[in-house]
Design a protein around this ligand. Structure first.
Ligand code: MYA
Length: 415
């Protein structure tokens, strides 16, 4: 009966608290335990309601001054139209941003990519935040937010997408990251936005979902030479090259690059498709124009226009994110394409994505990467993608979901 249930709930709570207290200091999340995010101790507690964890507060109660930085450093709001500012951000990230576990590769986001990523419709310059050394003015840390409407089940929520958190290698583990996160949170609150979405390779309290990267070799010889992949068992280089060979040109009739006049049709197609996922962006035509209209060396989008009806029936897209190859005498850059949003209604998804691989190969990419989100699992193995070792965790800030989602229930790709 109710009493027995309540007692066992209490026992569970006590147990959770004991487990928490027994964790050594380095297993605890001193910062994240203070934040409105799903906490590890609440996992599986179905009594907690879905939705905001904390209510929003009146804007007048939001702290008006920036958080304090250690004395040697100062905040800078980054105007990325400014060429010199863009250079500084690019250089900080190129030298200090995300590396793989073995420190063989480091993301090398281009300046054009950063401008695209940071200036979607309605963006706020105040959410592009740097930290400089006061004396030398050297840029040593960075974090950004951009606004997005994200739907969680039936609710469309105004959120910030947080990305590009970076602290210079020489300033690590000094608790600068929590200050960066609190400051971006404050500036997001000042725009009357109270939720955020972000992804990270590390486990924090508490993932909404965990995805895996898959990789499709386009230039297997280079990938093996630089240590990105290994020759399979009982495989020779020439058999491997043959295995990954692709046709010279795409096969789907009506397959072509997306153009500006396609925005309304692509928006309809994508909106309908994304409505099938539990967490997905709520794109309007402006968003589609910004995020999906092709930009050289940044984002590529193709669609299928039916040769008979001229209807747009299918769509695929990928973004360009090279990695620096660290310490290889022969190669310094890995050219990678990342699957973005794909929709199939008339062309089988497998065939559509094979055409995407073909254009990526024509454009000289070395590898095509995809997460196991949306319906991607239906083509990964068949199109010869192999599982990567890195995981990507998705998080929401100040929004609880009742239980973790399957990666296939996610309709969101962050850059
Ligand atoms: S993910 C990409 C992150 N960047 C990199 O991996 C680049 C290379 N690494 C670095 O630059 C540094 O190692 C970073 C940490 C800056 C990551 N997300 O200063 P610290 C927690 C969130 O001593 P450092 C991306 O950009 C850590 O658990 N928290 O550590 C999305 C610990 O807290 P706790 C992280 O190594 C970012 C504390 O920081 C991450 O010098 C989303 C240690 O601080 C991480 N990736 O610096 C940010 N890594 O003790 C959250 C470590 O509690 C946004 N930590 O465990 C939240 C929403 C905000 C807006 C809300 C609006 C309403």
């Amino acid at each position: 009966d109710g009493n027995v249930l309540a007692e066992s709930d209490l026992a569970l709570d006590n147990l959770a608290q004991k487990v928490q207290e027994s964790l050594s200091l380095d297993q605890r999340h001193k910062f994240w335990e203070t934040q409105p995010v799903g906490q590890f101790k609440d996992i599986g507690n179905s009594a907690l309601p879905e939705g905001p964890i904390e209510p929003s507060t009146p804007l007048s109660e939001v702290k008006q001054e920036p958080y304090n930085l250690p004395n040697l450093y100062e905040w800078v709001t980054c105007d990325i139209h400014d060429e010199q500012m863009c250079d500084e951000i690019y250089t900080l990230l190129a030298n200090n941003y995300v590396e793989d576990d073995e420190n063989m590769f480091r993301f090398n986001y281009s300046k054009e990519f950063l401008r695209w990523a940071l200036q979607p419709p309605g963006y706020f310059t105040s959410w592009h935040i740097g930290v400089r050394v006061k004396t030398s003015k050297k840029m040593v840390a960075f974090i950004t937010g951009v606004p997005a409407r994200i739907r969680v089940r039936d609710e469309v929520v105004s959120m910030a997408e947080i990305n590009f958190l970076c602290v210079h290698k020489k300033l690590r583990t000094k608790r600068l990251a929590p200050v960066m996160i609190k400051e971006v949170t404050r500036r997001v609150h000042l725009e009357n936005i109270w939720q955020a979405a972000y992804t990270a390779g590390v486990i924090l309290p508490t993932p909404v979902s965990t995805c895996q990267y898959w990789h499709r070799s386009l230039n297997p010889k280079k990938l093996i030479d630089v240590g990105f992949s290994r020759l399979g068992a009982r495989m020779t280089m020439s058999r491997t090259i043959k295995l990954y060979k692709l046709p010279e040109s795409t096969v789907t009739p009506g397959f072509r690059k997306m153009e500006i006049h396609d925005v309304p049709a692509v928006t309809r197609l994508i909106r309908n498709y994304l409505s099938h996922f539990i967490v997905a962006p709520d794109f309007d035509e402006n968003d589609v124009e910004h995020w999906l209209l092709p930009r050289e060396n940044v984002v590529d989008s193709y669609l299928v226009e039916s040769p008979e009806t001229h209807e747009v029936t299918d769509f695929c897209s990928f973004y360009t994110l090279p990695s620096s190859i660290l310490g290889n005498p022969n190669y310094s850059n890995l050219k990678a394409a990342y699957s973005f949003y794909n929709v199939s209604t008339a062309t089988p998804l497998l065939q559509l994505m094979n055409d995407a691989l073909i254009v990526a190969k024509q454009k000289d990419f070395d590898v095509f990467n995809a997460l196991d989100v949306m319906q991607n699992e239906t083509f990964l193995k068949e199109l010869k993608f192999g599982p990567g070792d890195g995981k990507l965790h998705y998080y929401l800030y100040n929004y609880r979901v009742r239980q973790a989602l399957k990666s296939s229930e996610l309709g969101l790709v962050l850059l």
